[in-house]
Design a protein around this ligand. Structure first.
Ligand code: RBF
Length: 355
């Protein structure tokens, strides 16, 4: 009995003490307002252009937003920087100046250099950039897609088509590539991969390569595509963001084929877009953010991902592919994809290896 009374007398002051300490800390809250709750992650998705129409950006934003939707402790802000590349560094600087974001997430080969400059001003800011390569900076981690590989298999398909008896194949063995702008990853890997792939089918195939000059002018892309068809092109590829729509329109009007990088676009022009690659950017982004939350990211490092580890692929189970390509082409192409996945295609000899 006595024992019980004594215990009650010791418990009450202890509870009062805890309440007082709690109130003291609560009263301090305004002073600690800048401190983030433990295990909270605030991400700025920095879109170097405009999201709509650019597969790599759409997948980046979707991956981050999906992740935030399934994690209460993660917030994501998507910011579209627009097409004026000269403004990107200044925009990013002012966005991170307040220290609001734990992480800047972007996807563009030109972003690491910009992040180095911005990071110099804000040494606590972290950056993770996909579709880019940079190592040795303790604030930056990058993930490069081996786009030579994707271009190689799309080029192989273009080669099979241009040498085939398909309706719009003209016997000229000429394939086309329309780029929005030139940059090292494009010039050294994406375009050479496309031609190398086609030449694995027939070494006599030639490439018509033309540049729009921006990522938005679909009319200019249409004009270029029309000129290329006049010059004998019957299969196109492009890296042109939203401007690619102009090329697809002309291919449909004039009768030519398109193979498409990075996303499933078959339904845009059935029978015209007959092959689509897949970049698993959404999956990669969700994996990256999982690692960030677990504090497993090694800043300063760069990674390369590709077909063998499942980050680049080809969509072969869509009616846009199965219904429109002759069975013998599908058979040859599927066998080639199996060879690529199994590492049986040795393309390093053609100079396309990303070191
Ligand atoms: N790709 C797009 O799809 N849309 C764009 O607006 C876009 N802008 C780019 C700007 C620069 C300066 C560079 C270097 C690349 C850009 N890319 C864009 C290409 C993109 O990051 C990627 O390389 C390709 O999508 C192929 O993976």
């Amino acid at each position: 009995m006595n024992f019980k009374i004594e215990k009650r007398f010791t418990v009450v002051p202890a509870v009062l003490l805890i309440l007082c300490v709690g109130m003291f800390f609560l009263s301090c809250k305004p002073k600690t307002a800048g401190v983030k709750p433990v295990n909270h992650l605030s991400v700025l998705v920095y879109i170097t252009g405009v999201t709509a129409g650019s597969p790599t950006y759409e997948l980046l934003a979707a991956g981050a937003e999906n992740f935030a939707a399934s994690h209460d402790n993660v917030t994501v802000k998507v910011y579209e920087a627009g097409f004026n590349q000269a403004e990107w560094e200044e925009q990013l600087t002012s966005l991170v100046a307040g220290g609001e974001y734990d992480l800047v997430l972007g996807s563009n080969p030109s972003l690491p250099e910009i992040c180095v400059n911005v990071g110099n001003k804000f040494p606590d800011q972290k950056f993770i950039i996909t579709d880019a390569e940079y190592s040795g900076n303790p604030q930056i981690s990058t993930y490069l897609y081996n786009q030579y590989e994707q271009s190689l298999y799309l080029g192989y398909l273009a080669g099979l088509i241009t040498t085939s008896g398909m309706k719009y194949a003209n016997g000229g063995k000429r394939i086309g590539f329309i780029a929005a702008q030139e940059y090292p990853l494009l010039n050294h890997y994406i375009v050479p991969g496309f031609l190398d792939g086609a030449r694995l089918v027939d070494p006599a195939i030639t490439l018509d390569f033309r540049v729009i000059g921006n990522w938005s002018d679909a009319n200019k892309a249409a004009e270029l595509a029309a000129g290329m068809i006049d010059a004998g092109v019957c299969v196109f590829a492009s890296i042109a963001g939203g401007a690619a729509q102009g090329m697809i329109r002309v291919a449909a009007e004039r009768g030519a084929y398109v193979v498409f990088h990075n996303t499933n676009e078959y339904s845009l022009a059935p029978g015209i877009i007959v092959g689509c690659g897949q970049m698993e950017q959404k999956k990669l982004v969700e994996e990256i953010l999982t690692d960030v939350l677990a504090e497993k990211v090694q800043y300063g490092s760069s990674h390369t991902v590709g077909v063998k580890d499942g980050y680049l692929n080809f969509i072969a189970d869509d009616p846009g592919y199965t219904n429109y390509l002759p069975a013998d082409i599908q058979e040859k192409f599927n066998a080639f994809m199996d060879d690529i996945r199994a590492g049986r295609v040795d393309y390093a000899a053609s100079g396309g290896k990303i070191e």
